[in-house]
Write a protein that binds this ligand. Structure first.
Ligand code: ATP
Length: 235
């Protein structure tokens, strides 16, 4: 579904991604793990063309997209849930969702998409008029994911959904992410919380210094122990 081939990108003179390659198959939850500052956020921003691809190609459903605008990518079915959520804090829950629906993948029905996100996140339905900025951290993350979903995506790029959330909230958030994948949306998940991410991903890459340094095939318990010890400094 998504193929990243030898991609280089960065900021000014600094190259952050240094020829990274990876792929995501339809229906998968693929994890990107790695320490602070290795380029995970930069990778997602490069896929959604918030940062320019300098070298290499990004192919989505057979089409090269590295030069497609972020708006075009949303209409093609790629949604990005950024780190830190970036919801509109002075707008209500429903206004946040409506803005995203205006840019949606028009092939699916808006009403159906709204009722789908309210089934997933009943808390949001109870707080339609509440301003985004007054929601709890967990609710803001729900709104950020809901906002991506109402655009009718085929692929969601999720940047550290667990950041700043209490362990119980993280657990329920990850169960919901699993449900979203079961319902047919493919997920590329960037996480520092390796323990939680390892529970739900089908495949994973470990990143270091702008490249992937490890790619899992099938995640067995033995492989998990090795990944934790060798690549994530856990034992
Ligand atoms: P974290 O888990 O801490 O978010 P990350 O793996 O997502 O880390 P990135 O945010 O992609 O890492 O950052 C990779 C490198 O790019 C870092 O060295 C960072 O300082 C640098 N960087 C990020 N944003 C910018 C920017 N706007 N201008 C210059 N350098 C940046």
């Amino acid at each position: 579904m998504l193929k990243i081939n030898q991609v280089v990108s960065g900021y000014g003179d600094i190259k952050v991604l240094k020829g990274i390659s990876l792929h995501v198959n339809e229906g998968e939850i693929v994890g990107i793990l790695g320490a602070n500052g290795v380029g995970k956020t930069t990778l997602l921003k490069t896929i959604s063309n918030l940062i320019k691809t300098r070298e290499g190609t990004i192919t989505y459903l057979g089409q090269e997209i590295q030069n497609s605008s972020p708006h075009k990518l949303i209409s093609m079915g790629i949604a990005h849930v950024p780190q830190g959520r970036h919801i509109f804090s002075k707008m209500s829950v429903i206004e946040n969702l409506q803005i995203s629906m205006d840019h949606a993948n028009k092939k699916s029905n808006g009403k159906d998409r709204l009722s789908y996100v309210f089934d997933l996140f009943p808390r949001l339905k109870e707080r339609l008029k509440q301003l985004g900025g007054t929601l709890s951290g967990g609710e803001q993350q729900m709104l950020a994911i809901a906002r991506a979903l109402v655009a009718g995506p085929k692929l969601i790029l999720l940047d550290e959904p667990s950041m700043g959330l209490a362990p119980l909230v993280v657990q329920s958030m990850f169960e919901t992410i699993q449900q979203i994948a079961k319902d047919g949306t493919t997920i590329l998940l960037v996480e520092q919380n390796a323990v939680a991410a390892l529970e739900i991903v089908q495949r994973l890459y470990v990143m270091d210094m702008g490249r992937t340094v490890y790619e899992s095939q099938q995640i067995t318990n033995q492989e998990l122990d090795k990944i934790k010890e060798v690549y994530l400094g856990m034992s």
